[in-house]
Ligand binder design. Structure first.
Ligand code: DUC
Ligand code: ZN
Ligand code: ZN
Length: 499
């Protein structure tokens, strides 16, 4: 480790806050330094910085950028009308206790809704409640011409520069022509298309076969979403996006076969990103083999796979196939408000899909990834914050400990051991799929734009302290891509396609 700062060039200033003597890590470097904070920004990094109104001694601690949780469902109605258990208060508090200082949940369009109305509703939900900063990704389920040509450009101008589409779920699914239409708009507008890639027909076919043979218990959910359904859809989504040369991010990848398609596309220089989630690294389908309806607590889509898949997903995180590691926090309680909304003993097809995990995402990776030497500390920071700050257009504000950026900092105690238990978590759930796991290394002090929001295991922030962050357009510099020859006027008898 280096100590790269020796000069005291800041002694004329009084900082609002100074973090002294910590080991600071970014995605590219680790060093000992003090950090001076003024007016919500990191204004100095060095040694002997001078006076501050408040000093935090971080000796023996790791001083890291605040995590950015880029895939979570907060105060969102599902397409079946079920509201997530967390609103913007409990969801953001739980995220903060898990080392995060920024969230990007979804603003979900259901069919017939205007995008501006959807976005306004989510602003209205988040603004008075979120304790940490936030942006939104849109979900597009109704890509009419009006939505794509008129409404979407206005949304992108408001700093919401990414959206998710679904290749499955009857009320959300978009077909291939709609995907092309959406992706073409994304290309023109500088936005990123996120894709839930699973083949709907294969899932329906498997579900019908299982139900017809009376296989109804929660664990059969895992069989009803075959691996091939994921890889087929990933292949199709990437084929469409690379045809027109527009950036795409495949979310919550659970299979090695899917990851390989992403890796190949990236090798070929295409603008393709991949995301995975802790559930595919720490859990497997055996967790669903429980009495009665208990397995419902582990129903998510794509589903949990097997032990071998867990190792493969770890490998793809290590080798960079996945740049994004998100919780996919989709909190549905184990009762009639959530998992069991369709009755006390629904078939696996009627169980709400999704797992909680916004608070455990980073501690799990820190303990089992960094401390067990599967990834470096710098790679941990990249996955916690830096990569998504760049991919989703937040890096002008967040994602690293750099002079001029928001003072969003998580101070980690690398030695603190705790057993995960639902009672200790701050979300609005009564279970965690990671119950009983012993984790070493937890965030202890969380700082949001220079304000200490968690200290001594106590929340200091109040509702509404979080701010909406206007994101930049998507920058894929360095990812050359190429449009298909049929769309390229050099190779298509000079036919000009407008993008
Ligand atoms: N997709 C998600 O992204 N989250 C929860 C369920 C789903 O299908
Ligand atoms: Zn999804
Ligand atoms: Zn999700």
């Amino acid at each position: 480790m280096i100590s790269k700062f020796i000069d005291n060039k800041y002694d004329m200033k009084t900082f609002d806050l100074k973090i002294s003597d910590g080991t600071v890590a970014n995605a590219t470097e680790t060093f000992h330094a003090d950090i001076g904070i003024k007016d919500g920004l990191i204004t100095a990094i060095g040694k002997n910085l001078g006076k501050a109104n408040k000093v935090i001694n971080a000796d023996g601690k790791l001083v890291l950028p605040g995590g950015i949780e880029a895939h979570c469902h907060i105060e969102q109605e599902s397409s079946s009308g079920i509201m997530t258990a967390d609103d913007y208060y409990s969801g953001s508090v739980s995220a903060a206790f898990g080392g995060n200082t920024c969230l990007i949940p979804f603003a979900a369009q259901h069919r017939g809704q205007k995008l501006q109305n959807v976005l306004d509703v989510y602003h209205h939900r988040a603004r008075p409640k979120s304790v940490i900063d936030y942006s939104f990704h849109l979900i597009i389920s109704d890509p009419t011409d009006e939505v794509i040509n008129i409404e979407l450009p206005a949304i992108i101008d408001q700093g919401v520069t990414s959206f998710k589409v679904y290749m499955t779920y009857d009320k959300l699914i978009v077909n291939d022509s709609q995907m092309l239409k959406i992706m073409t708009a994304a290309k023109k507008l500088g936005a990123l298309t996120m894709v839930h890639a699973e083949n709907n027909a294969m899932i329906n076919w498997m579900s019908e076969k299982l139900l017809n043979s009376s296989y109804k218990a929660p664990k059969y959910h895992a069989l009803s979403h075959p691996r091939a359904a994921e890889s087929e859809a990933i292949n199709r989504a990437i084929t469409l996006s690379t045809f027109i040369d527009t950036p795409i991010l495949i979310v919550h990848v659970s299979t090695e076969s899917g990851a390989r398609i992403i890796a190949k596309a990236r090798y070929d220089g295409h603008k393709v990103f991949g995301e995975t989630c802790p559930q595919y690294m720490f859990l497997n389908a055996k967790n669903m083999d429980l009495p009665e309806m208990d397995g419902a607590q582990f129903c998510c889509s794509p589903p949990l796979r097997d032990k071998a898949s867990q190792e493969e997903i770890w490998r793809c995180l290590q080798n960079g196939t996945f740049q994004v590691y998100s919780s996919d926090h989709a909190p549905y309680r184990f009762d009639e408000t959530g998992k069991l909304h369709a009755g006390k003993k629904p078939t696996f097809t009627k169980i709400a899909n999704g797992l909680p995990g916004i608070e455990t995402r980073l501690p799990l990776l820190f303990s089992e990834g960094y401390l067990k030497k599967r990834i470096t500390l710098n790679h941990f920071v990249a996955l916690a914050a830096t990569n998504v700050s760049k991919i989703y257009g937040l890096d002008h504000r967040k994602g690293s400990i750099t002079e001029g950026k928001d003072a969003d900092i998580a101070i980690w105690n690398p030695k603190l051991k705790k057993v995960i238990t639902a009672d200790d978590l701050h979300d609005n759930m009564e279970f965690t799929p990671y119950e009983g796991m012993e984790i070493t290394g937890w965030p202890e002090i969380i700082i949001q734009r220079g304000n200490v929001i968690i200290e001594d295991n106590t929340l200091k922030a109040t509702r509404g302290d979080g701010e909406f962050i206007h994101r930049k357009k998507i920058d894929c510099t360095g990812m050359p891509g190429r449009v298909a020859p049929e769309l390229n006027s050099k190779h298509n008898f000079d036919v000009k396609f407008e993008f």
